[in-house]
Structure formats: C-alpha cells, structure tokens
Design a protein around this ligand. Sequence first.
Ligand SMILES: NC(=O)c1ccc[n+]([C@@H]2O[C@H](COP(=O)([O-])OP(=O)(O)OC[C@H]3O[C@@H](n4cnc5c(N)ncnc54)[C@H](OP(=O)(O)O)[C@@H]3O)[C@@H](O)[C@H]2O)c1
Length: 322
Amino acid sequence: MPNPASNTDLRQIGDTDIYVSPVAFGAWPIAGMTSLGVNEADSLATIKTAIESGINFIDTAHCYGATGESEKLIGRAIAQDRERLVIASKGGIHWDTQVVRHYDGRPETLIAQCEQSLDRMNLETIDLFYLHAPDPNVPVGDSAMAFSKLIQSGKIRAAGVSNLSLPQIEAFNAVCPIAAIQPPFNMLQRETYSELIPWCVSNSVSVINYWPLMKGLLAGKIRRGHQFAAEDKRLTYSIFQDEQFESAQRLLDGLDPIAVKTGHSIAQIVINWTINQPGITSSLCGGKRAWQIKETAGAMGWQLDTDCLHIILNLINNSELN
Ligand SMILES: NC(=O)c1ccc[n+]([C@@H]2O[C@H](COP(=O)([O-])OP(=O)(O)OC[C@H]3O[C@@H](n4cnc5c(N)ncnc54)[C@H](OP(=O)(O)O)[C@@H]3O)[C@@H](O)[C@H]2O)c1
C-alpha cells in the first residue's frame, strides 16, 4: 500500500514482489482509436519519455487498437528497458473486423489473448494481467480459472480485475486471488471510494485507478470556450457537456491559485492529489505526446501542503458532481 510520505518510492502491488511508480503510463491514447492526431513517432517517443521520467509501470490491453497497436508499440519501445519495467495488460475484450467491440471472458479466449499479447510485446511474462470487464455470459469465477492457469504456467505474475462490481470481485478472488483492481477514480468521480477502495485496503489489493485526468479535462488546459474538433469523442461524455463541464471548470478555477502558489501545473496538482489518496497505489495517466507524460510524471516527488489539501477538499466537496 502507498506510503504518502515518499511518493517517488516504488509501491507494492498487492502482496506481490512487484513494485511500481505512483504514476503509470496509460497506453490507450497511443492505440489511436479515439485520440486524435496519433502517430507512430510520437507514440514511441511518449513511451520512451515515460521511462526516462521515472515511470516504471506501463498499462495496456489486448483491445487497445483494432489489431493490438498499443501492445505492438510497447514491444518496440521497451526492449532495452524490460528488466526495470512492470507491464500490465488486460484480456476479455476484442474488436471484430468491423471494429465492433465484443466481451468474451471464456477461459480459452483469455488464455489465447494473453499469449497473443505476449507475442505482440515480445515478452515471456506479463507482470499483471487483468480481466478487462465482466462477460455477461460467463461467470467471473470461470474467467478467474484462466488466470490461475496463466499464473501456474508463468505467463503472468499476478492477476487483476477491472470494471467489476464488488460481488464480482469477491467471486473472482475466491477462485484466483487478485493483486489489483483497475476502476475509474478522479477528483470529480469518487464513487469507487465508497466500497471498492475500503475492500481493497482490507484485503491488501492495490487500486490502480484510471482517468485521473478525466481524459484531459483535469489537465487544466481545456477551459471554457475550448473548441473541440467535431470528431473528438470526449464530447460524448456527459462530463464534457453543459452543467457538468461548468462544474469541472469551477474546480479548475479553484486549482489555479494552487498552481501559482506551488509552481506546479494543474495536471501535476490533480495527479499528486490522486496518488496520495489512501488506497491508491498508482494512477494511470494517458498521453500521446512526450511533453504530456513528462508533465504528468512531474506529479511525483513532492507533497501538497495541508493548506492546499484543505482548499482542494472544499473544492471537491462543493462540486455538484460529488
Ligand atoms: N480498465 C479500463 O476499462 C480503462 C478505461 C479507461 C482507461 N484505462 C487506462 O487508463 C489510462 C488513462 O485513461 P485515458 O488515457 O483514457 O485518459 P486520461 O489519462 O484521463 O487522459 C489522457 C489524455 O489527457 C490529455 N493529457 C494527458 N496529459 C496531459 C497534459 N499534461 N496536459 C494536457 N493534456 C494532457 C491527452 O489528451 P489530448 O492530447 O487528446 O487532449 C491524453 O490522451 C488509459 O490509457 C488506460 O491505460 C483503463
């Protein structure tokens, strides 16, 4: 579990011997499926910069890219650094040839996807492999059996789950003990806190949260009047619309003076706050440009003082989204 006193230190995943940086690189944007303007050179530079900036933890999935583009890029970028990195991937979702998404949690599918992910990344072992989401047609306990087999065969070191309810997490954990869960969690979306995080703390399970920046909204550069490209998929999320967007803007307004006082950017303040929440082991920060992950990696290695934390708590509690 995290030690808030020293947030550059590596943190333990569950009770495994796997240790990760509190900021992780989330490799969904480089898959190029929803992020605009993604290209190979920038994606490879982004992964390299993440590693050079002190991030040792990379998160991808079998379905990140219609044909595994994210995993293939990671495989190319990490060869020299593999030994010092923790690589996480996920199985259970895939795209068909029409790029329609399918959920498939059958054990044979999960094992085949894990093997394909290993090939794409040119790895012998995936450090942390998650069930990406539940398959409504397969009991999670059945999916969990595949993870036990993958651990026994040495293809993965630890199992995790994502997007599962607490009863589903418990059912999975009864068959194959989990080391980590991967839920959404950020300043504006804290539902996870109510039951999942306490359960994880009691059971020595790590919380690796996604969307700490809420798809860039909490990076502080998307402000009132921002002109989104027509094809920007973020506009389909309610948090980027109307009252919710305005509520997020008021939070950002309140963070502006903290940025001035601390000399850190809003993205760094938001992530620093997130990685120091009790129960959070590491936060998945996406990016498609080197400068982005360099900035977010700068959220490690310092502490917000109590005055700033008090202001932030008030801002969050006053947000209409909480
Ligand atoms: N398990 C799951 O179901 C699940 C679901 C979602 C995500 N995840 C994981 O969590 C990771 C994070 O989610 P995400 O990548 O969707 O979103 P995110 O980390 O909340 O936001 C990433 C986006 O924010 C913008 N950004 C990043 N750094 C920035 C900076 N310093 N300044 C300004 N903008 C910045 C970039 O978008 P633009 O440049 O386009 O503005 C970037 O693509 C994923 O990559 C993935 O690994 C898992």
